[in-house]
Design a protein around this ligand. Structure first.
Ligand SMILES: *[C@@H]1O[C@H](CO)[C@@H](O)[C@H](O)[C@H]1NC(C)=O
Ligand SMILES: *[C@@H]1O[C@H](CO)[C@@H](O)[C@H](O)[C@H]1NC(C)=O
Ligand SMILES: *[C@@H]1O[C@H](CO)[C@@H](O)[C@H](O)[C@H]1NC(C)=O
Ligand SMILES: *[C@@H]1O[C@H](CO)[C@@H](O)[C@H](O)[C@H]1NC(C)=O
Ligand SMILES: *[C@@H]1O[C@H](CO)[C@@H](O)[C@H](O)[C@H]1NC(C)=O
Ligand SMILES: *[C@@H]1O[C@H](CO)[C@@H](O)[C@H](O)[C@H]1NC(C)=O
Ligand SMILES: *[C@@H]1O[C@H](CO)[C@@H](O)[C@H](O)[C@H]1NC(C)=O
Ligand SMILES: *[C@@H]1O[C@H](CO)[C@@H](O)[C@H](O)[C@H]1NC(C)=O
Ligand SMILES: *[C@@H]1O[C@H](CO)[C@@H](O)[C@H](O)[C@H]1NC(C)=O
Ligand SMILES: *[C@@H]1O[C@H](CO)[C@@H](O)[C@H](O)[C@H]1NC(C)=O
Length: 614
């Protein structure tokens, strides 16, 4: 028995000693890393080979390690160059860790590597030129490190399929023209690499390229017409550079696979090429440039177009008549251009539209009723145009809309009661129009309403009592209307209110004492109404940057905190008002002398009654 145990334990010790050479190399990786999550805990040196260790994969026949995936393992330490002793290692990922050394030149000893992903680490220094000597390396992802120096021109000498160097703080330099020699390359990502100078013509030779991303650099000069020779390309990202000149007028038809083009945030001029718009584009982003002229009608023919962002250019004319008819448009932003004409009635024909932003143009006409059936809309901005007519009733009540901005137009008619359905509405901005009628009770049902700006309209009637239910309300601006009645009871529930502007209406009654409980109120303008009674003493509790109670019928004393010269303009034109501000009150009845009496009585004296909820 004893013998048997001895034999068994001898046997297992022997097993421990029999870990193969590749396993021994891997064991040398362990001590190099800080490993708080115990990623290496299954790497047992008493195993024969490492093939059952976590994150290690072996060839099933030769039992030789061919893949090591240490991505997102929360390990920290230098690059483990001992891994290059694994003859058959074809795939190595250390993606998303804290590998914090330089990358050694002898990484080229990893002769079998095909996939190397070292993205999102803390690698420093220059990218070793020798990487180009790894014969079969196809996917190289070094994005999101701290590599400095230049992108090695030697990278032009080998056969990558994917080359990702995005988001590294390289020293400012040009795109090596040699990269144009990588004729098998399928993805070239040089986002945020500190690149300067022009886009080399040679990139047009990358006939198999599918993804080209040169965004977030400081590239200058024109988009070379050779780029239109990228006949396999699906996606081109050029946004946020300093590119100038016009887009190539012709050649785009060679790029039959192009789906996404983003050249936003450059200084591009000229027109948007018709040939480009005749492709089956899915996404066209050209915002923040200096494009002019019309948007080609052909754009509306793409069956795939879902995103169109052209804001902040000088585009004019009408939008393509059939825009939205043939595709599931989701995002449209044509704001800040010189567009005119009407909203194409087909925009939401396929019911997918989520955002429609058209502010600061010269659009006119009425909102097509069909937009009222656009149930997925979340954001609608039509401000600063020449729109007119009533807003379709169903548009007021779209269930997902959080921002409805119609300001500075000539819209008329009432806010429809259907607004009750706008359960997600957070900002209702409809100032400077010709809206009329009552503010409907249903507005008080919009639990998520944060801002209601309806100033400079023709609203009449009193505020609905339900408005005090708006517990999220931060801003209520209804100045310059013909509203009347009293401020309803219960405004203490406006716990988040910052701004109240009811100036220049026909409100009357007391200013409710409750107003003193609105602790974050910062701006209060009730001027130009018929408010009467005393000023609530509670206003002294607030930190107001703007207070205007001028031109009302208030009487009694100004709360001592405000009875100062600097606040004089806050109380003008209230003949019955007394205080220490010279000239405001004639002091006929010796009000000044009553100050101390008044302050003792303050708890009771706040006569700030309010209209009861009914
Ligand atoms: C690598 O694979 C080859 C066969 O493809 C095999 O002959 C060789 O032994 C392997 N190397 C190691 C270290 O296992
Ligand atoms: C990066 O790794 C951490 C674990 O260290 C993980 O929580 C996180 O989700 C990973 N991030 C990505 C983008 O994979
Ligand atoms: C790399 O990370 C390890 C483990 O956290 C740390 O001990 C070492 O100082 C770091 N090295 C550098 C150069 O930051
Ligand atoms: C690779 O080079 C580094 C220094 O650059 C050295 O520490 C390491 O031992 C070398 N690794 C191999 C496997 O030769
Ligand atoms: C390149 O790296 C960036 C940053 O890590 C990443 O967002 C992008 O998806 C990568 N591109 C490819 C083609 O893998
Ligand atoms: C790579 O391209 C450059 C210029 O684009 C050229 O001068 C050079 O000869 C090319 N190198 C190879 C190996 O083809
Ligand atoms: C691009 O298209 C034009 C005609 O539109 C054609 O003459 C030219 O050969 C094409 N170029 C490539 C590289 O396909
Ligand atoms: C554009 O890129 C520069 C750096 O190249 C950066 O500072 C800036 O924030 C970027 N702008 C936008 C809008 O992304
Ligand atoms: C509601 O509005 C928020 C923004 O306030 C938005 O993120 C969300 O997608 C909207 N919800 C629905 C169901 O559309
Ligand atoms: C209050 O409004 C009146 C006009 O009704 C204006 O003359 C006065 O300057 C305003 N006061 C302040 C402090 O803004």
């Amino acid at each position: 028995m004893l013998l048997l145990v001895l034999v068994l334990s001898l046997h297992s010790t022997q097993q421990g000693q029999s870990l193969n050479q590749e396993g021994l190399y891997l064991q040398r990786v362990k001590p190099g890393f800080d490993d708080p999550d115990g990623v290496f805990s299954t790497w047992n040196d008493r195993d024969d080979n490492p093939c059952n260790w976590h994150r290690v994969t072996c060839d099933s026949v030769t039992q030789s390690v061919n893949s090591l995936d240490l991505s997102s393992a929360n390990i920290a330490g230098p690059f483990p160059s001992v891994l290059c002793r694994l003859d058959n290692l074809t795939s190595l990922s250390l993606y998303n860790n804290s590998v914090n050394s330089t990358l050694p030149e002898n990484i080229s000893d990893c002769r079998s590597l095909e996939h190397l992903n070292l993205a999102q680490n803390l690698l420093t220094g220059e990218i070793p030129k020798s990487l180009a000597e790894i014969p079969n390396l196809k996917h190289l992802d070094l994005a999101g490190n701290k590599f400095s120096g230049r992108i090695p021109a030697s990278f032009g000498g080998f056969r990558h399929l994917e080359l990702n160097l995005s988001y590294n703080p390289f020293s400012p330099g040009r795109i090596p023209p040699e990269l144009g020699n990588l004729t098998n390359l399928e993805a070239l990502w040089l986002t945020g690499c500190n690149l300067m100078g022009p886009i080399p013509d040679s990139l047009g030779r990358l006939g198999r390229l599918i993804d080209l991303d040169l965004a977030l650099n400081e590239l200058v000069g024109p988009v070379p017409s050779s780029l239109t020779e990228l006949s396999s390309v699906v996606q081109i990202e050029l946004y946020n550079n300093s590119l100038t000149g016009e887009l190539p007028a012709t050649g785009w038809s060679n790029m039959t696979k192009l789906r996404l083009l983003d050249a936003s945030m450059n200084e591009l001029t000229g027109t948007i090429p018709d040939e480009l718009c005749s492709l089956s584009l899915e996404s066209l982003n050209l915002y923040e440039n200096q494009f002019q002229g019309k948007l080609p009608e052909n754009l509306a023919k793409s069956p795939n177009l879902y995103e169109l962002r052209l804001f902040s250019n000088h585009l004019n004319g009408e939008l393509p008549r059939d825009l939205g008819k043939n595709s599931r448009l989701m995002w449209v932003d044509v704001s800040s251009n010189l567009f005119s004409g009407e909203i194409p009635a087909t925009l939401c024909e396929n019911g997918a539209l989520k955002e429609l932003l058209m502010i600061h143009n010269s659009f006119s006409g009425e909102i097509p009723a069909s937009l009222g059936d656009c149930r997925k809309l979340t954001r609608v901005q039509f401000g600063y145009n020449f729109f007119s007519g009533a807003v379709p009733a169903r548009l007021w009540g779209l269930p997902r809309v959080y921002l409805l901005e119609l300001t500075h137009n000539s819209f008329s008619g009432e806010i429809a009661k259907t607004i009750a359905g706008a359960a997600n509405l957070s900002s209702l901005i409809i100032s400077r129009n010709r809206f009329s009628g009552d503010i409907p009770t249903e507005i008080g049902w919009l639990e998520n309403l944060v801002e209601f700006t309806g100033s400079d309209n023709r609203f009449t009637g009193s505020l609905p009592a339900s408005i005090v239910n708006l517990g999220q309300l931060e801003r209520l601006d209804l100045h310059d209307n013909s509203l009347t009645g009293e401020i309803p009871c219960g405004i203490h529930s406006w716990k988040k209110i910052n701004d109240i502007n009811l100036a220049d209406n026909d409100f009357y009654g007391n200013i409710p004492e409750e107003i003193g409980s609105l602790m974050v109120l910062n701006y209060l303008d009730l001027s130009g109404n018929r408010f009467s009674g005393k000023i609530p003493l509670g206003l002294q509790n607030l930190k107001l940057t703007q207070l205007n109670l001028s031109s009302n019928r208030l009487s009694g004393n100004i709360p001592p905190l405000y009875a100062k010269e600097v606040y004089k303009n806050s109380f003008l034109g209230n003949p019955g008002l007394c205080g220490d501000i010279t000239g405001l009150c004639d002091d006929k009845n010796g009000a000044k002398n009553m100050d101390h009496v008044w302050s003792f009585k303050k708890a009771k004296s706040g006569s700030g009654g309010c209209r009861n909820l009914t």
